[in-house]
Design a binder for this molecule. Structure first.
Ligand SMILES: Nc1ncnc2c1ncn2[C@@H]1O[C@H](COP(=O)(O)OP(=O)(O)OC[C@H]2O[C@@H]([n+]3cccc(C(=O)O)c3)[C@H](O)[C@@H]2O)[C@@H](O)[C@H]1O
Ligand SMILES: Nc1ncnc2c1ncn2[C@@H]1O[C@H](COP(=O)(O)OP(=O)(O)OP(=O)(O)O)[C@@H](O)[C@H]1O
Ligand SMILES: [Mg+2]
Length: 244
């Protein structure tokens, strides 16, 4: 892990140099992926790194964990509460479409949830412009392969330092970096709705996805799910289709 961490930190420093920015920022959710990235960017740019806590009807315990992460790596932090902004924006959109009798109730929860992720992205880019920093993404190998992120939401970032690390490697890195235990040991969640967990939504587990990515044999049912998720989300990993 020490070698991996040193290499990523060096890569992050190269990104700063090559792009000519002053530093790096990340959204800190209280989950393990952003905790690891916060520690990494603090190491890479001790005086020019920022952790951004963005509650959006988030649970109090997640926001406490986000603060624990900030404290554990001593990164500079700002908090931007998006709950009200989200309400106003979502209701405005919803009211317009409802007037046309075209509101699709079936997709309500997902539309509401993805707006949270995209408001966070807009907030991070507003701060990136202010500080002249890059937005650092937190996708790990399993999330990237399965497309388990919101397009132009948490997927809308400049650089991805842990995208080639499996979830179990991220866990190992977290322990090495000193991420608090309560963050390492909780269930991964996008926190987009009450009780959401990544594994329940995906229908498979990170252990199995990690095994698949390492070329190990996994049950047929999980293989089907992973390959279907991968295929369906190809558009998120490539740019917009271009007419030529
Ligand atoms: N074939 C295609 N080619 C080009 N574009 C295509 C497309 N199919 C859909 N699209 C577009 O993509 C949109 C669907 O993608 P998207 O908007 O991302 O939405 P979608 O993939 O349906 O939902 C996002 C998923 O990521 C999960 N998530 C989100 C945020 C954070 C985390 C986390 O782990 O923390 C997880 C969330 O729980 C949910 O399962 C469609 O509305 C459409 O605009
Ligand atoms: N409330 C929040 N405040 C700040 N950033 C957030 C918040 N919620 C989500 N994010 C950003 O969106 C990213 C995607 O969330 P995701 O749940 O995949 O990662 P995580 O919470 O760090 O780890 P885990 O997957 O284990 O929950 C986070 O890593 C973080 O950068
Ligand atoms: Mg999370």
């Amino acid at each position: 892990m020490r070698e991996s961490v040193d290499n990523i930190v060096q890569w992050l420093q190269e990104q700063i140099k090559e792009t000519g920015v002053k530093g790096l920022l990340v959204g800190v959710s209280g989950g393990i992926d952003s905790a690891v990235v916060a520690h990494l960017i603090k190491r890479a740019a001790p005086n020019n790194s920022l952790g951004v806590i963005m509650p959006c009807k988030s649970t109090a315990s997640d926001m406490e964990h986000a603060q624990d992460v900030i404290d554990s790596c001593e990164i500079e932090a700002v908090t931007v509460d998006l709950s009200e902004t989200h309400d106003v924006m979502y209701n405005t959109i919803q009211n317009q479409v409802k007037q046309k009798n075209q509101w699709n109730k079936k997709n309500d929860q997902l539309a509401d949830a993805n707006l949270r992720a995209r408001l966070r992205m807009s907030t991070l880019y507003t701060l990136a412009t202010n500080y002249n920093y890059l937005v650092v993404g937190t996708d790990n190998a399993a999330e990237w392969y399965t497309g388990y992120f919101t397009k132009y939401g948490d997927g809308g970032v400049d650089i991805l330092p842990i995208v080639n690390f499996t979830k179990s490697e991220v866990k190992e890195m977290a322990r090495y970096l000193g991420v608090p235990d309560q963050v390492i040991n909780k269930k991964p969640s996008a926190d987009l709705w009450e009780g959401q967990t990544d594994e329940a939504e995906m229908g498979t587990t990170y252990d199995v996805i990690d095994a698949y990515l390492k070329g190990e044999k996994i049950p047929d049912r999980d293989k089907e799910i992973i390959e279907s998720l991968h295929k369906r989300t190809e558009h998120k990993r490539s740019g917009a289709a271009q007419y030529s």
